[in-house]
Write a protein that binds this ligand. Structure first.
Ligand code: ZN
Length: 210
């Protein structure tokens, strides 16, 4: 059997198991999607949103990219964000990074990675904002882990800077924003920051006429 054929076989077994547990499972999900959470995570194959949070299909709306970035020119991210906030009306948005993130590590080097440079440059900016703090750490692994945490904080801030979030904060008093970091070594998620709805921002980022 080819490797990808095994995936299709596993899928059949999974679907059967779900129906045996709950005969209405797929019928219910096919008719309605009302997730409470938007997850913005890293594409890393070791950080699957549903599995590490024990959630089922239908519970989390998911966007993943390299190093869980919120880039304001990323049409893909903005579309997911607007749909989740404005239409699905999610209550919480979780930006979840992970220790040992390859994207963050690569951004801290001078390697020329072609088109990937343009994405990683956003992480280099995070380093530039927090250079003194990061440079005070000498251990390479600890330095990456600190950068992972700072990056998550900055991406949560980037969410709050969007008119999409500010509008929902003003009209609905939601969503709450959360920054988390997952540990590849122990499987535990550490919360690192939180921005409840209507948290005041640096004034320059705030929009009127929302
Ligand atoms: Zn990663």
């Amino acid at each position: 059997m080819k490797s990808y054929e095994k995936l299709l076989l596993e899928n059949k077994a999974w679907a059967l198991e779900k129906v045996q547990e709950d005969p209405d499972f797929f019928r219910r999900l096919a008719n309605l999607q009302t997730p409470e959470f938007l997850w913005i995570g890293c594409s890393d194959s070791r950080v699957p949103a549903n599995e590490i949070t024990g959630t089922q299909p239908g519970e989390i709306f998911v966007h993943r990219n390299v190093a869980n970035m919120v880039v304001h020119t990323d049409l893909n991210l903005l579309t997911v964000l607007d749909y989740a906030v404005t239409h699905l009306k999610v209550q919480h948005i979780i930006v979840c990074g992970h220790y040992g993130c390859g994207g963050v590590k690569a951004a801290m080097t001078h390697h020329n990675m072609g088109i990937i440079n343009k994405w990683l440059r956003n992480i280099k900016d995070v380093y530039r904002f927090h250079r003194e703090l990061v440079d005070a750490v000498t251990d390479e692994e600890a330095k990456t882990d600190l950068m992972v945490e700072l990056n998550v904080r900055e991406q949560v801030m980037n969410l709050a800077k969007t008119s999409i979030i500010q509008k929902a904060w003003k009209s609905d008093n939601r969503p709450n924003l959360h920054g988390w970091v997952y540990g590849l070594k122990d499987g535990i998620i550490k919360p690192v920051c939180e921005m409840p709805a209507r948290t005041p921002l640096d004034d320059i980022y705030e929009y009127d006429d929302l």
